[in-house]
Design a binder for this molecule. Structure first.
Ligand code: ADP
Ligand code: MG
Length: 744
């Protein structure tokens, strides 16, 4: 069946040629039980390796079933080994971390035997080698004799016609050796068994042929028994490949099989996951800082999380609509006042204190004050700003402060008192202000009214003529508490515009107009004042009459609430603040779908070139770090996987091809990587639910969306794939024999 004709094998190493064996002529047939003996170094193992197809030969011809093999490529030898050869080794080459059952199961799955058939077959084989009792014992716990029995069972599992055993009893005591030989004899009936032995006496009674080697040559070839040479008995193993399900199953088994290895790999992957997460969230944090670096000259509040909205139909926002906007996901706060884009200068009477600030409604204030207390009255406020600006709090607290907002007029209604201070350096997004002032809603309304007043065009229609306030006429509108609603007091100079100076009882209109709205109101003139009665009519007892010139005063006094009504026409514009810049676009989209017109402040910010350069550098640094991380992990994983070399060597000796081994390795690392990743996700979830608190994970939670998590998972899996493929390529570059030699 196997025939060698003048076959020689040489080894070339470091320029020296060593002879394995020379000019060997042998023929082996089914039914033979051949013992090869000879002193050490005589070429026995080399001969077996050539016959097994594990090693090449340099000279002569080898025939298998009459067919010449010199043209065989690595792949053909692989098929040959799988179809014909079962090997048994002196050092067993079992997978120590597998149980007896799993070891035999491995070779059956590698050869695509369906699961159902495997079970009965393994049981049968174990019974045949008398190892049923140890079915679920780990191989590492067995004695040498027991191991060799398992190895024999494994060799038999494949139904190959040839069993080749290199000193199978070399590591066994006498009794164990005899029983192994007996076992081999039993199975030799329909197979060709070739064994190498040092101890010929031990096998003498069982073998059918003795070959003695000396110095690479066959010294003696003696037939001891006749065997029927029946080629019909040759049954080659059917070639089927391991299916994907079995690969997955083996992959999972290998993942957890060796606990210390699993833990080490898990640690390395956890490190990779954490490092990647940290790097990525740091990158995102930077991106956000860069977003904040922008500026523009149009808005005072350049907070990039801010979205300005108004309605597409140019009407006011109802309370209902405002509440709906407030309840949009990730909206932190909203500001319905128009004064957010104006600086309010507050100063005390003695011009001692100047505070430059933005106004925000008090219900937006979060946290505790550092100095002072929370406001109790409408004119009490809290200021948030950096320590460097809000120095000497005792000078600031409880001082009466006014704004110059109302054209320099110190108005009681716009006066405030700071009662609380909170220090924060987080106001840097406000380019033109130092601090934020949290004020009552009433105060906001006052300021809104004043803002509207300042930015509106005010017109009078008096006695059939239109007059624009603030243009070259001297007409003025002012408020006075003594004027009843709907009525007006006018000066005597104005009275002269009327027929016969009788304005009392007649009406005039005020029309105001700004970018948002237009409003109108009619007033009925009730009184006319002059230099004699001004103090009485306007109830200004302290008013210095010397400052009053009857001929140059063209003031219309109306009721303050009436004036206010003209301007307080509701909310036309709202500022929505996202809890995070990353959510601005989503919120903006949502608002658009609700039929609002949006302007994202972050998109109005201008960034200069240096910012762009910094960003590019950061991207490059991030990429470099990921590559460095990859190589560090690769070398650590490589070290850990060294322990897997023998496993893959055995797999290849059992006939698994490189792609199967590679797949198994990929699967093994994929599993560990996924486990490490999902442990991290679990920790993140626990962190989110405050079961644990890890600061670094908090950052991750803050920045990561589902897509980020998915992207990072893919990166980690790709990295893992890359590592396994790289490792596989170095592992499988060597031939089976070399891998085996290194391991043996
Ligand atoms: P045996 O198994 O009979 O002890 P071997 O077949 O192992 O002998 O070795 C036969 C000869 O081949 C020896 O001289 C040995 O030095 C040489 N040889 C075996 N393996 C190698 C190798 N990998 N490289 C170089 N020489 C080798
Ligand atoms: Mg040897």
């Amino acid at each position: 069946m196997i025939k060698l004709k003048n076959v020689s094998k040489y080894y070339y190493s470091k320029g020296v040629i060593a002879t394995g064996f020379t000019k060997v002529n042998l023929e082996f047939n089914i039914g033979e039980f051949v013992a090869i003996t000879g002193e050490s170094g005589s070429g026995k193992s080399t001969l077996l390796n050539v016959i097994s197809g594990l090693d090449s030969y340099e000279e002569g011809e080898m025939y298998v079933n009459g067919k010449e093999t010199s043209h065989y490529m690595e792949k053909d030898w692989e098929i040959y080994r799988r179809k014909y050869i079962g090997n048994i080794y002196q050092n067993f080459n079992l997978i120590n971390s597998y149980s007896v059952y799993q070891n035999i199961d491995l070779i059956l799955s590698l050869n695509g035997v369906p699961r159902k058939l495997r079970k009965s077959k393994i049981n049968e084989l174990l019974a045949r080698v008398n190892m049923t009792r140890y079915k679920h014992t780990k191989v590492s716990k067995l004695s040498g004799g027991q191991k060799q029995r398992v190895a024999i069972a494994r060799a038999l599992a494949k139904d190959v016609p040839v069993i080749i055993a290199d000193e199978p009893t070399g590591n066994l005591d006498k009794a164990a050796a005899i029983s192994v030989i007996k076992l081999l004899k039993e199975i030799s009936k329909d197979k060709l068994i070739i064994i190498v032995t040092h101890n010929y006496d031990q096998v003498e009674d069982y073998v059918t042929r003795k070959i003695t080697m000396h110095d690479g040559r066959v010294l003696e070839d003696k037939k001891l028994m006749d065997v029927s040479n029946d080629d019909n008995l040759i049954k080659t193993a059917s070639l089927k490949n391991i299916n994907i399900l079995e690969k997955v199953r083996l992959g999972i088994r290998n993942t957890f099989n060796i606990v210390p290895k699993f833990i080490l790999l898990l640690l390395v992957y956890s490190f990779i996951v954490c490092a990647l997460m940290a790097e990525y969230s740091y990158f995102r944090l930077n991106e956000e800082d860069i977003e904040k670096l922008g500026y523009n000259n149009l808005f005072y509040d350049t907070n990039p999380s801010r979205i300005i909205i108004n309605k597409n139909d140019k009407t006011t926002f109802s309370d209902d609509e405002i509440n709906k906007i407030k309840s949009i996901k990730n909206v932190e706060s909203i500001s319905t006042n128009a004064v957010v884009d104006d600086i309010i200068f507050q100063y005390s009477n003695d011009n001692d204190i100047w505070i430059n600030c933005l106004l925000k409604p008090i219900d937006n204030f979060k946290g505790k004050v550092d100095v002072g207390r929370v406001p109790e009255k409408d004119n009490e406020v809290i200021v948030v700003g950096s320590k460097s600006i809000l120095t000497s709090p005792d000078k600031i607290l409880n001082k009466d402060l006014y704004t110059d907002y109302d054209n320099g007029k110190l108005d009681k209604s716009t006066g405030i008192k700071i009662v609380g201070i909170k220090y924060s350096d987080n106001t840097s997004s406000f380019k033109y202000t130092d601090s934020i002032m949290y004020v009552s809603n009433n105060y906001i309304n006052n300021m809104t009214y004043l803002t509207n007043k300042n930015y509106s065009e005010i017109k009078l229609k008096f006695m059939g003529t239109n007059y624009k306030i603030g243009s070259d006429n001297n007409f003025k509108i002012d408020t006075n508490d003594w004027v009843s609603p709907g009525k007006a007091f006018i000066s005597s100079s104005l009275n002269s515009y009327c027929d016969k100076e009788k304005c009392i009882g007649r009406d005039f209109d005020i029309n105001i107009k700004n970018i948002y709205f237009e409003s109108n109101k009619s007033f009925n003139i009730e009184k006319v004042y002059d230099s004699k009665n001004i103090n009485k009519i306007l109830n200004l007892p302290d008013y210095n009459k010397d400052n009053f010139n009857e001929y140059y005063d063209f003031t219309f006094y109306i009721n303050p609430n009436d004036y206010r009504d003209l301007f307080n026409k509701g909310t036309y514009e709202i500022s929505v603040y996202a809890n995070d810049i990353k959510n601005v676009d989503d919120i903006s989209k949502k608002l658009n779908s609700m039929n609002y017109h949006t302007l994202n402040i972050k998109d109005t910010l201008v960034r200069d070139d240096s910012v762009k350069i910094i960003r590019v550098i950061k991207i490059i640094v991030t990429c470099i770090l990921i590559v460095v991380l990859f190589f560090i992990s690769y070398f650590i994983i490589k070290l850990i996987l060294k322990s897997r070399n023998s496993y893959f060597a055995i797999l290849r000796m059992l006939g698994a091809n490189i792609s199967v081994c590679r797949n198994l390795l990929v699967l093994e690392l994929f599993n560990v990587a996924s486990i490490a990743y999902f442990i991290f996700l679990l920790l993140a979830k626990m962190n989110e639910n405050k079961i644990i608190t890890v600061k670094f994970i908090n950052i991750v939670n803050r920045y990561f969306t589902f897509n980020d998590y998915l992207t990072l998972y893919l990166i980690i899996i790709l990295m893992s794939l890359f590592i396994s493929l790289r490792y596989a390529s170095t592992l499988f570059k060597k031939s089976v024999m070399n891998t085996y030699r290194e391991e043996a």
